[in-house]
Design a protein around this ligand. Structure first.
Ligand SMILES: NC(=O)c1ccc[n+]([C@@H]2O[C@H](COP(=O)([O-])OP(=O)(O)OC[C@H]3O[C@@H](n4cnc5c(N)ncnc54)[C@H](O)[C@@H]3O)[C@@H](O)[C@H]2O)c1
Length: 355
């Protein structure tokens, strides 16, 4: 039986999601873990019944692929070391927090002939995939708006839990750490972003990076949108995407369709459409399927993406979400930073100056 041996690098908050998934996936083996803090590696090793490696090189001798669960700004540095040792690299989101580093990681993996994947697990949610396909098929007619709302809560205690959190060099703020998931979904469903105008601010935390961001997005398809992201919203809300087109609308909350109405005959619905604006959107999602608790869904989605990466290695194909695609949400967010520095001027995401 062919199998892929994985090593998990970084044993903090997210590592157990990767370890659990790897131990549940056929033809995947969790070969061991590594952390710069040996006690963290030892605790993970004990929890999962696998070795804790004493160094990255020791791990590289024992694995075919690595899962990067280290602080975001170290993804490229550690990923490049793994790639140069001939190991496939599946990194956590975001791909990195600086564009030049992210591009170096993409290039190195290409040169070394190893696969690079970046986690964006919500792209694997069944109802997200359904809407992605509907948008592609033109079910919403001409696309006019796509709005992203990520109103989460993170306390100062959360930011104080790691030196890297909330720093520009290793983490970024609510855009790069939290909203990156939803920004990625929106740009993927809409077929890319051309430019952004934005403003970011640190309003209520003692951190370097932003805890609040507002942006206007101009999608390549011609639609407009807004992004609102914060880690200040007590008690914290499900992240939300709203898409409006000439023939339909969808509201997605936390990977579930909360509202969906498409009608190819919408143009004939009368001067006030269907009057839906006067009806509150209900609490239940429309598809009738069983809704998993959010934390269970997270495990399922990570497992789906890790399994696809394993299959890509065995089948000699690209993963469904190659790392280079994860450069797009990074460009969008860095362009919002740049726009904010210039007082909200429009920044074409492929021409931004800062790396
Ligand atoms: N996909 C998701 O939903 C999701 C959720 C949480 C975190 N993440 C991502 O996972 C990454 C880690 O986040 P976290 O919350 O687990 O952080 P964390 O601070 O809890 O854990 C990071 C771990 O990496 C270790 N580490 C630091 N430098 C290292 C190095 N050079 N080599 C090996 N180990 C090193 C630290 O000692 C720590 O144990 C981040 O990029 C974050 O964005 C993704």
């Amino acid at each position: 039986v062919k199998e892929v041996r994985f090593g998990v690098i970084g044993c903090g908050a997210i590592h157990s999601t990767h370890c659990k998934a790897l131990q549940a996936i056929d033809q995947a083996v969790l070969a061991g873990v590594y952390d710069v803090e040996p006690e963290r590696a030892n605790a993970a090793a004990e929890a999962f019944g696998v070795p804790a490696f004493g160094s990255l090189d020791e791990m590289f001798d024992a694995v075919d692929a690595v899962n990067l669960c280290v602080p975001s700004g170290l993804h490229s540095e550690v990923g490049i070391r793994a790639a140069k040792a001939g190991k496939h690299v599946l990194g956590e989101k975001p791909i990195d927090v600086k564009l030049d580093r992210a591009l170096r990681l993409v290039d190195t993996c290409k040169t070394e002939g190893v696969l690079l994947g970046t986690i964006s697990q919500h792209r694997f949610a069944p109802e997200i995939l359904k809407i992605h396909q509907m948008v592609k098929d033109g079910a919403f007619g001409k696309l006019l708006q796509c709005d992203v709302y990520v109103k989460w809560l993170r306390t100062q205690e959360y930011y104080d839990s790691g030196d890297w959190r909330g720093t520009y060099d290793l983490d970024g703020g609510c855009l790069l750490n939290q909203a990156v998931h939803t920004i990625d979904l929106a740009q993927w469903m809409m077929g890319g972003v051309d430019s952004v105008q934005g403003i970011v601010k640190t309003m209520n935390h003692n951190i370097e990076a932003e805890d609040t961001a507002l942006a206007i997005t101009q999608y390549s398809c011609g639609a407009f949108g807004v992004i609102q992201a914060t880690t200040n919203a007590y008690p914290g809300f499900a992240e939300r995407i709203e898409i409006n087109g000439t023939e339909g609308s969808v509201i997605i909350e936390a990977d579930y369709i909360k509202f969906l109405d498409v009608d190819a005959d919408a143009a004939n619905a009368g001067p006030y459409g269907k009057g839906i604006q006067s009806q509150p959107v209900g609490n239940t999602h429309t598809t009738g399927g069983e809704q998993l608790p959010q934390t269970d869904l997270w495990d399922v989605l990570h497992k789906s993406q890790i399994e696809d990466f394993k299959n890509a290695i065995l089948e000699g194909r690209e993963p469904r979400l190659p790392g280079r695609e994860a450069v797009e949400p990074l460009r969008i967010i860095l362009s919002i930073y740049e726009s904010s520095k210039m007082g909200g001027r429009s920044v074409p995401i492929h021409e931004m100056a800062s790396a």
